[in-house]
Design a protein around this ligand. Structure first.
Ligand code: 3YE
Length: 190
Protein backbone atom coordinates (compact mmCIF):
# COMPACT_ATOMS: atom_id res chain seq x y z
CA UNK A 1 0.00 0.00 0.00
CA UNK A 2 1.18 3.45 -0.97
CA UNK A 3 2.37 5.60 1.93
CA UNK A 4 0.50 8.91 1.82
CA UNK A 5 1.22 12.23 3.52
CA UNK A 6 -1.35 15.01 3.76
CA UNK A 7 -0.37 18.66 4.12
CA UNK A 8 -2.95 21.01 5.60
CA UNK A 9 -3.37 24.56 6.82
CA UNK A 10 -6.82 24.14 8.39
CA UNK A 11 -9.47 21.45 8.62
CA UNK A 12 -7.95 18.92 6.18
CA UNK A 13 -9.72 15.84 4.71
CA UNK A 14 -10.04 12.13 5.49
CA UNK A 15 -7.99 9.39 3.78
CA UNK A 16 -5.47 6.58 4.54
CA UNK A 17 -2.50 8.47 5.72
CA UNK A 18 0.87 7.89 7.48
CA UNK A 19 1.42 11.53 8.50
CA UNK A 20 -0.46 14.83 8.51
CA UNK A 21 1.71 17.94 8.36
CA UNK A 22 0.37 21.43 9.07
CA UNK A 23 2.15 24.75 8.66
CA UNK A 24 -0.19 26.16 11.30
CA UNK A 25 -0.13 24.89 14.90
CA UNK A 26 -3.38 23.97 16.68
CA UNK A 27 -5.64 23.61 13.63
CA UNK A 28 -8.68 21.32 13.55
CA UNK A 29 -7.11 18.95 10.99
CA UNK A 30 -4.29 18.08 13.41
CA UNK A 31 -6.80 17.19 16.14
CA UNK A 32 -8.82 15.06 13.71
CA UNK A 33 -5.68 13.26 12.54
CA UNK A 34 -4.63 12.52 16.13
CA UNK A 35 -8.10 11.20 16.97
CA UNK A 36 -7.82 8.91 13.93
CA UNK A 37 -4.48 7.60 15.21
CA UNK A 38 -2.43 9.30 12.49
CA UNK A 39 0.94 10.83 13.28
CA UNK A 40 1.12 14.60 13.00
CA UNK A 41 3.86 17.19 12.58
CA UNK A 42 3.77 20.97 12.60
CA UNK A 43 6.20 22.82 10.34
CA UNK A 44 5.41 26.44 11.13
CA UNK A 45 6.44 28.61 8.16
CA UNK A 46 6.85 31.59 10.51
CA UNK A 47 9.86 29.89 12.12
CA UNK A 48 11.84 29.71 8.86
CA UNK A 49 13.85 32.46 7.21
CA UNK A 50 13.10 31.36 3.65
CA UNK A 51 10.73 29.25 1.57
CA UNK A 52 13.66 26.94 0.75
CA UNK A 53 14.25 26.19 4.45
CA UNK A 54 10.53 25.65 5.12
CA UNK A 55 10.16 23.32 2.12
CA UNK A 56 13.30 21.32 2.93
CA UNK A 57 11.99 20.77 6.47
CA UNK A 58 8.74 19.39 5.04
CA UNK A 59 10.80 17.27 2.67
CA UNK A 60 12.77 15.85 5.60
CA UNK A 61 9.55 14.86 7.39
CA UNK A 62 8.23 13.18 4.22
CA UNK A 63 11.49 11.20 3.91
CA UNK A 64 11.39 10.28 7.62
CA UNK A 65 7.96 8.70 7.08
CA UNK A 66 8.88 6.98 3.79
CA UNK A 67 6.14 8.88 2.00
CA UNK A 68 5.38 7.96 -1.62
CA UNK A 69 2.44 10.29 -2.33
CA UNK A 70 1.84 13.80 -0.97
CA UNK A 71 -1.63 15.37 -0.90
CA UNK A 72 -2.18 19.09 -0.33
CA UNK A 73 -5.60 19.32 1.33
CA UNK A 74 -6.41 22.92 2.08
CA UNK A 75 -2.68 23.60 2.42
CA UNK A 76 -2.19 27.30 1.68
CA UNK A 77 1.52 27.74 0.96
CA UNK A 78 3.12 28.11 -2.43
CA UNK A 79 5.86 25.47 -2.77
CA UNK A 80 9.30 26.12 -4.29
CA UNK A 81 10.32 24.82 -7.71
CA UNK A 82 12.96 22.64 -6.04
CA UNK A 83 10.36 20.89 -3.86
CA UNK A 84 7.86 20.57 -6.72
CA UNK A 85 10.51 19.02 -9.01
CA UNK A 86 11.65 16.55 -6.37
CA UNK A 87 8.07 15.31 -5.80
CA UNK A 88 7.02 15.62 -9.46
CA UNK A 89 4.30 13.09 -10.24
CA UNK A 90 3.82 12.30 -6.51
CA UNK A 91 2.35 15.63 -5.37
CA UNK A 92 -1.40 16.31 -5.59
CA UNK A 93 -3.44 19.39 -4.77
CA UNK A 94 -7.19 19.88 -4.51
CA UNK A 95 -8.64 23.19 -5.60
CA UNK A 96 -12.26 24.32 -4.99
CA UNK A 97 -13.20 25.17 -8.60
CA UNK A 98 -13.31 23.53 -12.00
CA UNK A 99 -9.83 24.54 -13.19
CA UNK A 100 -8.68 26.35 -15.26
CA UNK A 101 -11.46 28.66 -14.01
CA UNK A 102 -10.97 30.59 -10.76
CA UNK A 103 -7.33 29.92 -9.85
CA UNK A 104 -5.84 31.24 -6.61
CA UNK A 105 -7.55 32.10 -3.34
CA UNK A 106 -11.32 32.58 -2.81
CA UNK A 107 -12.26 30.37 -5.76
CA UNK A 108 -15.83 29.99 -4.42
CA UNK A 109 -16.24 33.77 -4.14
CA UNK A 110 -14.85 34.17 -7.66
CA UNK A 111 -17.41 31.64 -8.95
CA UNK A 112 -20.31 33.48 -7.27
CA UNK A 113 -19.12 36.81 -8.62
CA UNK A 114 -18.80 35.40 -12.14
CA UNK A 115 -22.37 34.08 -11.95
CA UNK A 116 -21.54 30.55 -13.13
CA UNK A 117 -24.29 27.92 -12.68
CA UNK A 118 -21.81 25.05 -12.18
CA UNK A 119 -18.61 24.87 -10.15
CA UNK A 120 -16.84 22.04 -8.34
CA UNK A 121 -13.38 20.81 -7.42
CA UNK A 122 -10.24 19.73 -9.21
CA UNK A 123 -7.48 17.37 -8.09
CA UNK A 124 -4.30 18.05 -10.07
CA UNK A 125 -0.61 17.23 -10.03
CA UNK A 126 1.32 20.16 -8.59
CA UNK A 127 3.44 22.05 -11.11
CA UNK A 128 5.57 25.05 -10.25
CA UNK A 129 2.91 27.41 -11.63
CA UNK A 130 0.12 27.45 -8.99
CA UNK A 131 -3.09 25.62 -9.94
CA UNK A 132 -1.77 24.92 -13.45
CA UNK A 133 -0.66 21.25 -13.18
CA UNK A 134 -2.23 18.31 -15.06
CA UNK A 135 -5.82 17.53 -14.01
CA UNK A 136 -6.49 14.06 -12.50
CA UNK A 137 -10.14 14.23 -11.32
CA UNK A 138 -12.89 16.85 -11.37
CA UNK A 139 -16.34 16.78 -9.83
CA UNK A 140 -19.01 19.35 -10.69
CA UNK A 141 -21.63 20.78 -8.31
CA UNK A 142 -24.52 23.14 -9.09
CA UNK A 143 -24.37 26.78 -8.04
CA UNK A 144 -27.79 27.84 -6.67
CA UNK A 145 -29.20 31.36 -6.85
CA UNK A 146 -29.56 31.25 -3.06
CA UNK A 147 -25.91 30.29 -2.52
CA UNK A 148 -23.59 32.14 -0.19
CA UNK A 149 -19.83 31.60 -0.14
CA UNK A 150 -20.40 29.28 2.81
CA UNK A 151 -23.17 27.15 1.28
CA UNK A 152 -21.26 26.78 -2.00
CA UNK A 153 -18.06 25.94 -0.10
CA UNK A 154 -19.92 23.25 1.88
CA UNK A 155 -21.28 21.68 -1.33
CA UNK A 156 -17.84 21.75 -2.96
CA UNK A 157 -16.24 20.24 0.17
CA UNK A 158 -18.57 17.24 -0.07
CA UNK A 159 -17.43 16.74 -3.67
CA UNK A 160 -13.80 17.06 -2.50
CA UNK A 161 -14.30 14.17 -0.07
CA UNK A 162 -15.09 11.94 -3.07
CA UNK A 163 -12.68 13.43 -5.61
CA UNK A 164 -9.52 13.37 -3.47
CA UNK A 165 -9.65 9.67 -2.52
CA UNK A 166 -10.57 8.83 -6.13
CA UNK A 167 -7.55 10.72 -7.45
CA UNK A 168 -5.25 9.19 -4.81
CA UNK A 169 -6.41 5.72 -5.83
CA UNK A 170 -5.81 6.43 -9.53
CA UNK A 171 -2.25 7.62 -8.84
CA UNK A 172 -1.39 5.09 -6.09
CA UNK A 173 -2.52 2.19 -8.31
CA UNK A 174 -0.45 3.47 -11.23
CA UNK A 175 -3.56 3.87 -13.39
CA UNK A 176 -2.81 7.57 -13.85
CA UNK A 177 0.61 9.18 -13.90
CA UNK A 178 2.35 12.36 -14.92
CA UNK A 179 4.10 12.21 -18.28
CA UNK A 180 7.46 13.78 -19.19
CA UNK A 181 5.51 16.45 -21.07
CA UNK A 182 3.57 17.48 -17.94
CA UNK A 183 0.37 15.84 -19.20
CA UNK A 184 -1.62 12.97 -17.67
CA UNK A 185 -0.81 9.41 -18.75
CA UNK A 186 -3.33 6.54 -18.43
CA UNK A 187 -2.07 2.97 -18.08
CA UNK A 188 -3.01 1.17 -21.28
CA UNK A 189 -5.05 -2.05 -21.05
CA UNK A 190 -2.63 -3.94 -23.47
N1 3YE B 1 2.67 25.48 -4.99
C1 3YE B 1 3.03 25.39 -6.30
N2 3YE B 1 2.14 24.97 -7.26
C2 3YE B 1 0.81 24.63 -6.97
N3 3YE B 1 0.81 25.16 -3.43
C3 3YE B 1 -0.47 24.78 -3.58
C4 3YE B 1 -0.77 24.49 -4.90
C5 3YE B 1 0.42 24.72 -5.59
C6 3YE B 1 1.37 25.15 -4.64
O1 3YE B 1 0.05 24.27 -7.87
N4 3YE B 1 4.29 25.73 -6.67
C7 3YE B 1 -1.98 31.45 -1.67
C8 3YE B 1 -1.55 30.11 -2.08
C9 3YE B 1 -2.57 29.50 -2.99
C10 3YE B 1 -0.83 32.25 -1.07
O2 3YE B 1 -0.49 33.29 -1.56
N5 3YE B 1 -0.22 31.75 0.01
C11 3YE B 1 0.73 32.51 0.76
C12 3YE B 1 0.50 32.19 2.22
C13 3YE B 1 -0.87 32.47 2.67
C14 3YE B 1 -1.18 31.82 4.03
O3 3YE B 1 -0.26 31.32 4.69
O4 3YE B 1 -2.36 31.82 4.42
C15 3YE B 1 2.16 32.16 0.42
O5 3YE B 1 2.98 33.04 0.50
O6 3YE B 1 2.47 30.98 0.10
C16 3YE B 1 -1.41 24.69 -2.45
C17 3YE B 1 -2.49 25.75 -2.58
C18 3YE B 1 -1.88 27.11 -2.61
C19 3YE B 1 -3.00 28.14 -2.51
Amino acid sequence: RTRVAVLISGTGVSAEIVVVISNRPGVQGLKRASLAGIQTRVVDHKLYGSRAEFDSTIDRVLEEFGVELVCLAGFMRILTGTFVKKWNGKLLNIHPSLLPSFKGVNAQKQALQAGVRVSGCTVHFVAEEVDAGAIIVQEAVPVLSSDTEESLSDRIREAEHRAFPAAMELVASGTVGLGEDGRITWKSQS
